[in-house]
Design a protein around this ligand. Sequence first.
Ligand SMILES: Nc1ncnc2c1ncn2[C@@H]1O[C@H](COP(=O)(O)OP(=O)(O)OP(=O)(O)O)[C@@H](O)[C@H]1O
Length: 270
Amino acid sequence: MIEYRSISKTFADGTEAVSDFSLVLPSQTTTVFVGSSGCGKTTLLRMVNRMVEPSAGQVLIDDVDIATRNRVQLRRSIGYVMQHAGLLPHRKVIDNVGAVLRLNGVDKKEARERSYAVLETVGLDASVATKYPTQLSGGQQQRVGVARGLVTDPNILLMDEPFGAVDPIVRDELQQELLRLQRELDKTIVFVTHDIDEAFLLGDQVVILKTGGHIAQVGSPAEILAEPANDFVRSFVGLDKGHRKLHVEDRDGTSIVVDETGKVTGVLNP
Ligand SMILES: Nc1ncnc2c1ncn2[C@@H]1O[C@H](COP(=O)(O)OP(=O)(O)OP(=O)(O)O)[C@@H](O)[C@H]1O
């Protein structure tokens, strides 16, 4: 469980990115921070692995204040997937994936074996392992980025707009892959996006943010869609434009919420 307790962040230039933010992110679920540019999503995400230190308040993981933990060890114990994959261009895929294992002291042979295994987990053929990142498609690079985030088998995976830079078809594929992975791996995922459809598809808990990290609404996709808290949320999720007339369909025993265009917007809790 991740808990933000009255977190604020003011940067050195005086920008107040997050103000008095409190929230619990339950274990083994996906929480999505969604909101427009500059509302504080990335700042909130990076406070979980101490890439950003709060100006006030605490972040707790399993009831331990992370300020008391060694910063480097904490960072290496949490998976991090960023936009554009962030791969090192001069290192082969397999070495990009295994880099954190090596930093953690895992020997070369084991690091390779685990890296090959996690490439398979994210649906990549072993033949990509010896290629350089620029020899891969954007979608493949993102998969490598996810593999790198998962290679240490972390409990927590932070994902910062990981699918923002790929075309819509590849994006759909990657989203479905992530849903499959989450069913298999049961990580605590914190996911940042500005795309409300992506948030509703992937999130168990969706946090709609306004500037300053202010929560406009938090809830499951179905809860938000059924009872938008205010006009801001109504407009943000497109209800004000007459979109999102929803119905529920049964797919293989799971109740899926589908909008009038046929797009899946969420899954009802079993
Ligand atoms: N290092 C920094 N120094 C000063 N201001 C910063 C810094 N990092 C972020 N900010 C500011 O803090 C606010 C929140 O930024 P943040 O990156 O968290 O937003 P975001 O919601 O992730 O935006 P985006 O979707 O554009 O990535 C913005 O006004 C941003 O300009």
